[in-house]
Design a protein around this ligand. Structure first.
Ligand code: ARG
Length: 483
């Protein structure tokens, strides 16, 4: 093909190029079919940039008015699904700019003054991610609220706490739920911290070295709400770093991965608790599926999938962090690969959080004003399991220590008592006093206070402990924090 047959106009930088891209390479290098979801951020960034260009006398007031009019029309077109995204125009930025120029002429071509797609895309991703973090933060509050409600209703329900998945000590089911509230509250903290570093302005870095136009970067930062807690504009301070930094996306994905890991741990417990061997809880049917062959089955598909999707999000973290490894300064096209993992991380996390809030806490019934259809707790099965597992053995040891025995000796004595209880197939609390006294003469009638599940629970009346009094205090603290 000769140079002349090649339609140079179809590419933004074409004067230098003597042959067109093959369709395969076009498809390979383009990002428009996934980065078009940045369109709102792209337009917001462009409007803030244009308004500053005009204020600085770099473009005219008329140019700005034309750009604003054109962008309003483009917004309407995209909203209506009428915008034609073109693969030939590679990405969201070039598609919007080309349409703008088509609509308003030369003013559209002036928009890119003092700007490069390198600082543009970094700005867009930051703006987009910032609003997604805000949605995720709200969803984290919903999930914590659901867990808190379940905790509040089940402070006095006792289940065996496990270590090594062996019955260890009795704990309040409310306390168990609050452990997850703690995890998700840290996830929310992490999201807030990541947000501070996401919310900084790359525009003005241009391609990599800054620009010779007298841009007012702080004005743009202010216009885009890229400000700190004191309301001061947050501007990336090194142009090379501004266009190439994707730390913010990596640390967001790390925070999202941790959050998914917490969901995955909860999922694993829900799956265990739902199995017939535990029968601790039920989740509503709408979160389960049947088996095509075994009519009796109700499978916990949603928690299982969440556990599986955790792998996918952690994979995205590995993808992003590896993407950055070995990249020289400044921008490299590698960075276009940041979007799909980041988008999928956000989508997966948001869906998962939404589903879990409802699966745990239920759905609001507007007729009654009550939430319905959350998890159902089988308190009796939980308590039975705690009794079967000699969960109060530590309490007997503690009892003997209070009677003056060194802890290691008490530990050994209790092991004998548990052995006897296993032989007679009874709980420790069901061994007659005389039998217990056979293990240690200092044992008196009051031993039964601590051998009961409730006695054991009440004894752990320490900050962070499982005594119902402490659990209630924690619920009050969380409520105040989330209010
Ligand atoms: N689509 C590109 C990306 O996502 C935009 C930046 C392109 N810059 C460039 N110099 N080719 O990274």
């Amino acid at each position: 093909m000769s140079k002349n047959q090649f339609d140079k106009k179809s590419q933004a930088w074409s004067a230098l190029f003597s042959e067109p891209m093959s369709d395969l390479v076009k498809r390979y290098t383009s990002s428009v079919f996934f980065d078009k979801r940045l369109w709102q951020a792209d337009i917001a960034g462009s409007l803030a940039h244009a308004s500053m260009l005009s204020a600085q006398g770099i473009i005219s007031a008329q140019d700005l008015a034309d750009i604003e009019r054109g962008m309003a029309q483009i917004t309407a077109e995209i909203d209506a699904g009428a915008f034609e995204w073109k693969l030939d125009l590679e990405d969201v930025h070039l598609n919007i700019e080309a349409r703008l120029t088509h609509l308003i002429g030369d003013a559209g071509k002036r928009l890119h003054t003092g700007r490069s797609r390198n600082d543009q895309v970094a700005t867009d991703v930051r703006l987009w991610l910032r609003s997604e973090i805000d949605l995720i933060s709200a969803l984290l509050i919903d999930l914590q609220t659901s867990l808190l409600e379940v905790a509040e209703q089940h402070v006095d329900v006792i289940l065996p706490g496990f270590t090594h998945l062996q019955v260890a000590q009795p704990v309040s089911f409310g306390h168990h739920m609050l452990a997850y509230v703690e995890m998700f509250s840290r996830d929310a903290e992490r999201m807030a911290e990541v947000r501070c570093r996401v919310n900084r302005l790359p525009l003005g870095a241009a391609a990599l070295a800054g620009t010779s136009y007298p841009l007012d970067r702080e004005r743009v930062a202010n216009a885009l709400g890229m400000v700190n807690a004191l309301g001061q504009p947050q501007v990336c301070q090194n142009s090379l770093d501004a266009v190439s930094d994707r730390d913010f996306a990596i640390e967001f994905t790390a925070a999202a991965s941790l959050c998914m890991v917490h969901i995955s741990r909860l999922s694993e417990e829900l799956v265990l608790w739902m199995s017939q061997n535990f029968s601790f809880i039920k989740i509503a049917d709408r979160f389960t599926t049947g088996s095509s062959i075994m009519p009796q089955k109700k499978n916990p598909d949603v928690p299982e999938l969440a556990r599986g999707k955790t792998g996918r999000v952690v994979g995205h973290l590995m993808g992003l962090i590896t993407l950055m490894k070995g990249q020289p300064l400044a921008y490299n096209k590698d960075n276009q690969e940041d979007k799909e993992p980041l988008f999928d991380t956000v989508d997966t996390l948001k869906d998962t959080l939404r589903i879990f809030s409802e699966m745990i806490g239920g759905q609001l019934n507007p007729a009654t004003g009550q939430k319905e259809g959350g998890i159902t707790v089988n308190a009796q099965a939980m308590e039975q399991a705690a009794l079967r597992g000699y969960a109060t053995a530590t309490d007997l040891a503690d009892y003997l220590v209070k009677k003056g025995l060194p802890f290691r000796d008490a530990h050994e004595t209790v092991a004998h008592a548990v052995k006897a209880a296993i032989t007679h197939q009874v709980d420790l609390s069901e061994l007659p006093l005389a039998v217990l006294q056979g293990f240690n003469a200092s044992i008196e009638k009051d031993v039964f206070d601590c051998l009961s599940l409730r006695g054991s629970l009440n004894a752990r009346d320490i900050l962070g402990g499982t005594a119902p009094k402490q659990v209630r205090a924690q619920i009050t603290r969380h409520r105040a924090r989330l209010a």
